[in-house]
Unconditional design. Structure first.
Length: 564
């Protein structure tokens, strides 16, 4: 009897192409029937290896991180350990006035903090990478549709819930000779032509409209602008300047195709106690290190030294122990398909994070970053308060100051996440807007603004950085109840079609026609995924639309040979 069954390639999955099939025959015997009570038997080692690889839930993830920032803010301080260690500007004038101005040095930002300012706090070399930042491995485990959010446009602030959908403002638009109504969205809308939108604005009793086209005359506007045909609507429903939200509908005859909107919540799997970090030897990012020599004649403590404004280091991050993902589900009740390196500012030295209303860090989403300072980040806006607890200590050296820093979260604790869209019918999730945190200088320690304000300029940074460990197929599996087996628990039952709908994850090493899939080494019963990350600090008022454009989401994986 033959041991082989040829399955035509076009039956492997719905969009699979037709490919000529062949079987290579090996004359070396690698298998034989196992006779009862016989312990010694030949087995197919390649098949055994692949079976173990596909069923393993042990991971040892590795991230390579390039840290890119621009040390932007000049300030003054009376606290002597800080004053004696600034990267000075206008040092001669400072010598005459006695008010020393400069930048904090690079080590206030870097992942690794060197031994400096021993008179400020007791430094421990083994904790060098834990003073400025805290690092977590997390996964999205829950959705929050009731998250309060707001957008700002032309001085108007509009509040909405995540479940309301995507916010827009109606603007003037033209398209050839057609009369159209143009909707300018504050985030990528995710629509295609001939989709439908359910608006929060009612025209009589109608609120579902067909999308006529995407974009306007502005460059690359098709991702954030959509248009509907103006068939002669009257009244003020579609007046220019009106705000609203919409939800995407693919088929208005089947409301199961209407998208849902929410903010993901992340659960901590591992914290800095479980993580190993190293500087990657002989490697720096493309941006230069800025250094200068400080002459003793124009420093406040009359000492020569070299100060450094920025740095360009690359870092490697991995776990001390294997990460076991068996028995946990993601925010859509599927097996976990991606984990995240989540980076949160700790700021143990105390330059940042003076709390207001119980929160030191502010939080929001990418659409809350605007060129003008946005009220969303104001101290008095409690909606942007993060859930990161803080602590403090007091020191006296020239002046008596209280220094604040953010505490370390523990496994099982929760972090906020991205603003997302999910479609039950198509079993598809899309990130609409990234989750952002903002850190501000403590103006009691380091004064950067001449006029006191509750909305101090600072730095923004994206918190969560994805590492795919599984990829779900680009086609939908379907099955009629009582006629199929092995339907996953997360399958959606369509009342319209009277069947289950779900997506299967590809096997490790399997890629579809769009080159979607994952592959990584397997050794000692553990999988070794790898991800390249660019971590960026974004200063207030930057050209924010370009800074995160094309944010790296590609993995340059280590080579995997046939031996692994």
């Amino acid at each position: 009897m033959s041991d082989f069954t040829i399955v035509p390639s076009y039956l492997e999955f719905k969009s699979a192409p037709k490919i000529a099939s062949q079987i290579s025959l090996d004359l070396n015997q690698t298998q034989k029937e196992l006779i009862q009570f016989v312990r010694n038997a030949n087995i197919n080692l390649a098949q055994l290896y692949d079976d173990e690889k596909q069923t393993s839930f042990r991971y040892r993830p590795t991230f390579k991180v390039d840290f890119i920032y621009d040390n932007t803010y000049i300030g003054t301080t009376e606290y002597l350990p800080f004053q004696y260690n600034l990267y000075y500007v206008e040092a001669t004038q400072s010598k005459l006035s006695g008010i020393w101005k400069g930048y904090p040095q690079n080590y206030e930002f870097d992942f690794f903090r060197p031994r400096v300012m021993e008179d400020h706090f007791m430094y421990k070399p083994q904790s060098a990478f834990t003073y400025n930042w805290t690092y977590y491995l997390t996964y999205p485990f829950e959705n929050n549709p009731d998250q309060e959010m707001e957008v700002t446009y032309s001085g108007n602030t509009v509040k909405f819930l995540a479940s309301d959908g995507i916010p827009f403002v109606i603007t003037q638009g033209t398209q050839g000779s057609a009369n159209i109504i143009t909707f300018n969205c504050f985030v990528p809308h995710g629509l295609t032509e001939n989709d439908y939108v359910e608006l929060s604005l009612l025209y009589g009793t109608q609120n579902v409209f067909s999308v006529l086209s995407l974009g306007n005359d502005a460059y690359r506007s098709s991702a954030t602008v959509f248009n509907i045909l103006n068939v002669g609507y009257t009244g003020n429903t579609f007046d220019v300047g009106n705000f609203g939200t919409f939800k995407k509908i693919v088929d208005p005859e089947n409301l199961e195709t209407k998208s849902k909107y929410y903010v993901r919540k992340h659960k901590v799997l591992a914290n800095e106690n479980d993580i190993e970090m190293t500087k990657i030897g002989f490697e720096v990012n493309p941006f230069k290190n800025e250094k200068q020599f400080e002459f003793s004649s124009i420093t406040p403590n009359n000492l020569n030294r070299i100060s450094q404004k920025t740095s360009s280091y690359s870092y490697g991050i991995t776990l001390k122990n294997d990460l076991i993902l068996s028995g946990i589900s993601d925010n859509q009740k599927r097996e976990v398909s991606e984990i995240f390196l989540s980076v949160v500012n700790k700021g143990y030295s105390g330059y940042f994070n003076k709390p207001f209303g119980g929160s030191g860090l502010k939080q929001g989403w990418f659409f809350n970053i605007t060129k003008e300072t946005n009220f969303w980040w104001d101290d008095f806006n409690s909606l942007s308060d993060s859930n990161i607890p803080y602590s403090s200590y007091t020191q006296t050296n020239g002046s008596t100051e209280t220094f604040y820093y953010n505490q370390v979260l523990q496994p099982g604790d929760v972090l906020y996440g991205d603003f997302c869209e999910w479609n039950d019918y198509y079993q598809y999730e899309r990130v609409i807007s990234e989750y952002i945190q903002k850190l501000k200088f403590n103006q009691d320690i380091f004064v950067t603004t001449a006029t006191p304000t509750t909305n101090v300029p600072g730095y923004y940074y994206p918190v969560h950085h994805s590492m795919p460990i599984k990829v779900f197929s680009n086609y939908i599996e379907t099955g009629i109840a009582d006629q199929v087996i092995n339907v996953p628990n997360n399958a959606f039952y369509s009342q319209a079609d009277q069947e289950f709908r779900w997506r299967e994850p590809y096997s490790i090493g399997e890629f579809d026609n769009d080159d979607r899939g994952v592959n990584y080494p397997y050794l000692n019963n553990a999988l070794y995924p790898y991800q390249y990350v660019v971590f960026k600090l974004i200063p207030e008022g930057s050209n924010y639309q370009n800074i995160l454009q094309g944010y790296p989401n590609v993995s340059y994986q280590p080579l995997i040979d046939d031996c692994e």
